[in-house]
Design a protein around this ligand. Sequence first.
Ligand code: GLV
Length: 325
Amino acid sequence: MSQANKKPKILVARAIFPDLLAKLEQVAEVQSNQADAIWSSAEIKAAMMDKDGAIVTGSEKVDADMLDASPNLKIVSNIAVGYNNLDMPAFKARQVMATNTPDVLTETTADFGFTLLMATARRVTESEHWLRAGHWKKFSICDTPLAMDIHHSTLGIMGMGRIGQAIARRALGFGMKVRYYNRSRLSTELEKECGATYVDRETLLKESDHIILVMPYTPENHHLFGEKELAMMKPTATLVNIARGGIVDELALAKALKEKRIFAAGIDVFEGEPAVRPELLELKNIVLAPHIASATEKTRRAMIELAIENCLAGIAGKTPPNLLS
Ligand code: GLV
């Protein structure tokens, strides 16, 4: 804390639910961005420099320069499970704590992963647009948007952390064969519980009917999913990304979808979000969502509450529940 017996100074870099902000204000001197403006790096740096703790979302990049300018800063608490927006080596080097919000969003995010998978394979949004455009003149067996089955198909999950496992459990209910690829293999018990078989990346790409990306975004997996990987997929397969935009080479994806080299894609995260490439926007065989996998009110509230808990613990010199470094 800046001065003994004074309330700690906390930055809340984006809008949060007013009642949660009011609760935080009882114990801290808070500067909050309730206008939800997108701040530049310079603005974040200026707002952070006199703070003891900061609560940010995945949209705010926190780098070494900001940490160097904030001598009292003990902790940056992310309202997200992914933390590729935080320069972790810089945090480690300066002994500033970083935290995220795992667990509270697992089931909600897995629900949405499955929603997007089903909407993509069953051409839900495309069919709705077709209907709204007045193309539905008669019931037709063949002249209708024909889709791909989910049940008893093969699902390939890339990234088998908590969310990947929760998706696998859902897939079991649809009689799907679940294959996964991960940096490390699950225990035999967990594999059994998820009904999931470990395969190498190539097998997953070649044999899956549906692929879902749920791994963390690191410099190593930037554009991991590009032209080569897309070419290995079945032409009838779908690709769903609820991880991070930078994992997929979006231009290669747009080309593969345009040339019908894969059946369809469902994308919740974009490399330059909130900007979406026109090459993706002009396609029919893609379902686009504005980064909403964890977006239920209950879960977003739980994420904020956990981020506040992490931040206050770090400032108080305790180990935050979700300490990353
Ligand atoms: C959302 O993308 C998150 O990382 O929580």
